[in-house]
Ligand binder design. Structure first.
Ligand code: GLP
Length: 245
């Protein structure tokens, strides 16, 4: 696991954007895995700025998002489809039909999970997956205890995750209790992974990520076994953490 130490959120976002832009230049048909949450917002802003100023071309890029809430339509401002359109897709020249996000409103969500996994496979898999990390080590919505081999599936959200995401909703009761997420196995099949970690609320997660045991109770720990992982961590997230080994 390669760790890039940066000073702050802005710097993390800038370096992550550069990383993606370089990749797209080399591989215009990049299959790019994307994440939601507060962490990648700055990265998406940098990509938009760059697209405006330098014209980086997304026409042939295909994207796959990690997850979606069950029960929210794509037009719901709290859905991850809405978030992605609003924060990125509406501002670059990507073809909307090439942006995949699992649906949270299919009648048969188990089938939707299978179909999503099959779609990723039919495109030859993900070249570069962007990840954030939850305080409890979740990646996508893979909560502690999820099998490292899991494919896209339906999850019951941990109370701590619902609380952490409640800031986006009017009331705690409005936060969905379930989500559909790529599995840890799906994420691990990505050729390369770029994990972003910022802020003092993530210090413990950063410590466990780089120094802890590889254990399903801290899902992100499995990333240490992936040969192509880069972590960009800002100073607040690294505060006091020594990287061993
Ligand atoms: N499903 C998302 C994750 O993909 C994200 O990494 C995590 C951290 O969010 P944030 O970046 O807001 O701290 O929260 C959510 O639960």
């Amino acid at each position: 696991m390669k760790i890039i130490e940066v000073e702050n959120y802005q710097e993390m976002s800038k370096q992550a954007a550069q990383y993606i832009i370089e990749k797209i230049k080399k591989q215009p048909k990049l299959k790019l895995g994307l994440a939601t949450g507060g962490t990648p917002v700055g990265l998406y802003q940098k990509l938009i700025e760059d697209h405006r100023e330098n014209g980086t071309d997304y026409y042939d890029v295909t994207t796959f998002n990690l997850d979606e809430y069950i029960g929210l339509q794509g037009t719901d401002p709290n859905s991850y489809r809405y978030f992605m359109n609003d924060q990125l897709f509406d501002h670059i020249n990507i073809q909307k039909e090439n942006t995949f996000i699992p649906s949270g409103v299919k009648e048969d969500s188990e089938q939707e999970a299978k179909d999503y996994e099959a779609t990723i496979k039919s495109y030859g898999g993900i070249d570069l997956q962007i990840l954030g990390i939850g305080q409890n080590g979740h990646i996508g919505f893979n909560e502690p205890g999820t099998s490292f081999e899991s494919a896209t599936h339906i999850v019951q959200l941990a109370t701590s995750t619902r609380e952490a995401n409640a800031r986006y909703f009017a009331r705690m009761e409005d936060v969905p209790t379930k989500a559909i997420t790529m599995g840890i196995g799906t994420i691990m099949k990505s050729k390369e992974i770029l994990l972003l970690i910022s802020g003092d609320s993530k210090t413990e997660a950063f410590n466990r990520l780089v120094n802890g045991e590889i254990d399903p109770h801290f899902p992100a720990s499995i990333l240490r076994k992936h040969p192509g992982v880069t972590v960009i961590a800002d100073q607040a997230a690294r505060l006091g953490v020594k990287v061993h080994g």
